[in-house]
Design a protein around this ligand. Sequence first.
Ligand SMILES: [Zn+2]
Ligand SMILES: [Zn+2]
Length: 213
Amino acid sequence: MAIHCPICNKSSDDIRFIGEFCEDCTIDRLKRKIPDSAEVYQCKSCERIRVGMDNFQLTKSALTAAIKTVLKAPDCDFKVVSYSKTDAVLRFKCTVEGSTVEFDKRIGLRIRKWMCRDCVRKVSGYYEALVQLRGDTFLVERMLKKMESYIERNNAFISKKERINSGYDLYISDKKLVSYFFSLYKLKPERSYTLYGMKKGKKLYRHIYSLRL
Ligand SMILES: [Zn+2]
Ligand SMILES: [Zn+2]
């Protein structure tokens, strides 16, 4: 026995029903509840987008995560299937009365330009670790390349690079990462520390690593 949708009068012979309404009307109703736009923060310097406390290169999955922090769609999951500078198409999967419905909705993107913490630090010459590479020119250059690409891959930065007679001085934003790099490659630099300030009653140290190659 066919039933008819109370909104559009379509028959259950022709279209799937979700409860007492046809799938089209169910999707219309869901779409109307979903906001038409979302605000996304993008760093004007490195162009990464903010997701919670972190920043990521603009990709579909990063954009999905960023939008999820601001766009609420109860009983639905979604992901970005395409995007431009001004809008994004989201593919929704929602659960209604125990059934799953899927549909796409285009929303506007309101891109807010700001400056992420890393870029603020970069501009101000921030660093936590000074790495002094010394020794054989060939080995120093090779180590420099290795470190630079490692630092970049792991979302940190080199705020200053100085060429000096027997090598390089690198001023690096993240001392944990530097220490991890050395243990990863089983390198044993000489370590020392200089006090450079206080934060919430704790002394802040800069780490100095001297690596002879
Ligand atoms: Zn209907
Ligand atoms: Zn940035």
